[in-house]
Structures are given as structure tokens and as C-alpha cells.
Design a protein around this ligand. Structure first.
Ligand code: HAM
Length: 430
């Protein structure tokens, strides 16, 4: 029997992994500029964390979690998202007592959902997400949205569409909830069994149902925006004012409800227009979750964040033909001729690497010509050629691969000279 990769997962191979590193470096740099700090939480958590936060009437909790019992009989789940774990840690570590508020955190890591795999929908995917906890200032909402927009823009994506909505505070949501129940109740028999169950438990979830999306009652369902109380309406206005001031265009979509239960007030998604992207056009989602910290056992604390997957980002970049400026190629490749030079190779490579250069040499017993081929195939800027004669003199011939020019340097000055030349050529310091 052949062992194959699990459905809905992927190997990220050399070449592709360089793009991931570039994207991750961009996320780290952007978070540094926005003053968000990295948090790393476990890949698995107690199952109850997710049923309580994401919500036990959501598709994620009902159908998509990888849940198992460990050998000690504990009920654990591979995290389907990062917000719940971040909030759990916030509570565990009493971050509400930290001097700097709001606490601004970010994460990059794998998440797991048992979904029907299709392009842009994986069973293991990597989310980059940020969470700001401790402030109910609408300026934080705009900051979080601004960070996400900057991330995509700086990577070169075009055709981004920011869609926002307000889900209101508790009072507004209760009024909307009652209106939804009244709207769907008379004809709930026409909906799927999940929706029937959701009617009393959480009618907002009906609006998010994939199966009944085309039912005529969906389009005519009461809009949350008609049920916002004065405070929620003002909050939403303030967020929009900040976005406008920051030159971030948006569309309001009263139908945007998000697939997780913990949201209130601001909810948002970034979509992408464009052909060749397939059915999935949502790149990123997030929103405010003012009751979540309390739900997980902490003090009443407002919070907001977003998450996006790197898989969908890469698809979007691909569909727009954006190539990332990933650096490929070696600084130098060591070519040796003769036994003595071959024996001296490892020491020279070791010294060049210690000096910060990316270098490689031959371990396959290749002849000089084949070694030169390796140098050019691996895109080396220089070939360092070491023969018996040079070795005896303590020198090496250094060939610039781009134009074939050669110089002879002593082995002592080799590292420093290479660095000087590379710096001059690339205009960057190494
Ligand atoms: P979400 O909308 O469930 O929200 O997921 C956020 C993003 O994760 C999606 O927009 C998409 O980019 C990516 N994603 C989700 N599922 C998959 C999948 N199966 N395959 C590939 N990518 C996927 C959350 O997870 C919230 N925790 C976001 C948040 C943070 N809200 C507040 N803070």
C-alpha cells in the first residue's frame, strides 16, 4: 500500500517555501511597525474552548473539528482558528493586568478544519492573525483593518474589496434575533435540519447556511442595521469615519454575518475580484468580540482581530501573476580540482559560511566542468576555483559568473573580498 499525503493538506517544497518565508517576514515586519507582538499557543486545546467561543451551533464546531481523546481521557481538539487560543492565553496569563493596553498580539500557524477540500479550502492551512484586546476604541477597529489592507497591498495584490458590517451590541443583537425568529419561524420546515435547530438556539447562523443560501427568505431577512441601537450605530459610524480618513475604501454589506459566534459590532472581510480565482473570493475575515474574554473566564474585556490564510493569499497572488521578490541563488560555489584541493574544500566552505555567505560545493565527486555546471544551475554569483597550484600558493581563482571575469585572491582575503563585491553589486549590506 502506498502511503499518501492526507486529503486537504499539502507539502510546501523548496521554491514555494521561499515564498512562504517572504510572506511571513512581511507579516512580522508589518506587526513590528503596528506594534503587535507575536504569541505562540499550542496546536491543540481543550475541546470546550472552541465550543464555548466559536459556538456550538457553528459549522466549525458541529462538523469541522479534529477532536480526539488523549491517552489520559482528555477531550482535545486541533485548533480550527487562533482567536480562542489567544483569548485563553490572555485569561490564563492575566494579560488584562499588563502595563501596556490594549494588548496587541499576532500569530502565524497551522489551523485544522475538516472541510470538503477544494482550491482555497484546506484541512490544514496557515493563518496569520492579529488580536487587540483591552480597548473599545473604534480607532482600533480601523487600525486592525488597516494592517490587513497594508499587508495585501505591500505584497502587490490588486482588486481588493473591503466589506464591513455591524452586528451590534447585545441589546441590538437581541432585537435582531427576535426579528429573525419571527421571519423564519412560519416556514422553517422548508429549511435544512441544521437551520431548524438553529432557529431557537442561534437564528443568525441561518443566514450563514451554505445549503439554504438560495431560499427566498434569505434575501428578505431582517437586516441587523435596522436594529442597531443608538450606541451601536454611532460606533459603526466612527469606524467608517476612521476608515475614510485613512483612505481605505469599503462597502457596507448588511448580510455579512461571519461564521463564528463570538462577534459583535464591527465585522469585516476582504474579498478579491478577478478571474481565475475560483469560487472562493474571501481572503480574510475578522471582527470585534467584546464578550469573548469573559466567556472564557476573564474579566470583561473588549477585543478585535482578523485572520487570513497564506494559502488563499498565494492563490490570489498567482491569479494576478504577482511574483514575489524572493532571493534565490548562492553567493558562491566552490569548485575544486585534485585530491588536495578537495580535502581543503570543507574548511574553506566552513569559513565562508561563518562569514555570513551562502556557499556550497561538490559532494558527488564531479569533474571540474560538471562542478562549474552546478555553480551556474544553482545560480551562484561567483565560482571559487581551487586547484593544486592555487592551493600551494594559498590562493583561489574567483570567477564572476555573470560576465566570466576572473581574479586571483588569497584565501585569507576571500571572504572579505566576496562580501565587498556582492555588496557593491546588490547594493545591500550582508
Ligand atoms: P474565519 O473567517 O473562519 O475567521 O477564517 C479567517 C480566514 O482563514 C479566512 O478568510 C481564510 O483566509 C482562512 N481560512 C479559513 N478556513 C480555511 C480553509 N479551510 N482553507 C484555507 N483557508 C482558510 C477566523 O478564523 C477568526 N479567528 C478570525 C478572527 C480573528 N476574528 C477575530 N480575530
Amino acid at each position: 500500500m502506498n502511503i499518501t499525503i492526507p486529503r486537504g493538506t499539502q507539502d510546501i517544497l523548496p521554491g514555494e517555501s521561499a515564498k512562504w518565508q517572504y510572506i511571513e517576514a512581511k507579516a512580522h515586519d508589518l506587526c513590528r511597525r503596528y506594534n503587535y507582538q507575536e504569541i505562540r499557543t499550542p496546536i491543540f486545546e481543550q475541546t470546550e474552548l472552541f465550543s464555548r467561543s466559536v459556538g456550538d451551533t457553528t459549522d466549525i464546531v458541529q462538523k469541522e473539528m479534529y477532536t480526539f481523546e488523549d491517552r489520559g481521557g482528555r477531550n482535545l481538539t486541533l485548533r480550527p482558528e487562533g482567536t480562542a487560543s489567544t483569548v485563553r492565553s490572555f485569561v490564563d496569563e492575566k494579560m488584562h493586568g499588563w502595563a501596556n493596553q490594549p494588548v496587541k498580539l499576532y500569530y502565524i500557524g497551522p489551523m485544522f478544519r475538516y472541510e470538503r477540500p477544494q482550491s482555497g479550502r484546506m484541512r490544514q492551512f496557515v493563518q496569520f492573525g492579529v488580536e487587540a484586546m483591552g480597548s473599545a476604541d473604534p480607532a482600533v477597529d480601523a487600525e486592525v483593518i488597516g494592517l490587513a489592507m497594508d499587508f495585501y497591498k505591500e505584497l502587490g495584490l490588486k482588486g481588493l474589496k473591503l466589506v464591513i458590517n455591524s452586528l451590534g451590541d447585545k441589546e441590538s443583537r437581541t432585537a435582531h434575533r427576535n426579528a429573525l425568529v419571527n421571519h423564519f419561524k412560519p416556514r422553517i420546515g422548508e429549511f435544512c435540519s441544521d437551520c431548524q435547530e438553529r432557529l431557537e438556539k442561534n437564528p443568525l447562523r441561518i443566514l450563514d447556511c451554505k445549503q439554504d443560501a438560495e431560499h427566498e427568505l434569505m434575501a428578505s431577512a431582517p437586516s441587523i442595521l435596522d436594529y442597531l441601537n443608538a450606541e451601536s450605530r454611532q460606533y459603526f459610524e466612527d469606524v467608517k469615519t476612521f476608515l475614510t480618513a485613512m483612505d481605505i475604501p469599503y462597502e457596507v454589506d448588511p448580510g455579512l454575518v461571519r461564521g463564528l459566534d463570538y462577534y459583535n459590532n464591527t465585522a469585516f472581510e476582504i474579498m478579491i475580484d478577478g478571474e481565475g480565482f475560483g469560487a472562493i473570493t474571501t481572503l480574510m475575515g475578522g471582527g470585534r468580540y467584546n464578550g469573548l474574554v469573559e466567556e472564557i473566564g476573564g474579566p470583561e474585556t473588549p477585543g478585535i482581530g482578523f485572520a487570513l490564510s497564506i494559502e488563499r493569499l498565494l492563490m490570489a497572488l498567482d491569479s494576478q501573476g504577482v511574483t514575489l521578490p524572493v532571493e534565490t541563488g548562492l553567493d558562491a560555489y566552490l569548485v575544486t580540482m585534485g585530491d588536495e584541493a578537495k580535502k581543503a574544500g570543507p574548511r574553506i566552505l566552513h569559513e565562508l559560511r561563518a562569514a555570513g555567505l551562502s556557499v556550497d560545493g561538490d559532494y558527488m565527486g564531479k569533474k571540474m566542468k560538471a562542478q562549474m555546471k552546478s555553480a551556474s544551475r544553482q545560480n551562484a554569483a561567483y565560482a571559487v576555483i581551487l586547484g593544486e597550484e592555487e592551493l600551494a600558493k594559498g590562493t583561489a581563482v574567483v570567477k564572476k559568473m555573470a560576465d566570466g571575469t576572473q581574479e586571483e585572491w588569497t584565501l585569507e582575503e576571500l571572504a572579505a573580498n566576496l562580501k565587498k563585491h556582492l555588496e557593491k553589486e546588490k547594493g545591500v549590506s550582508r
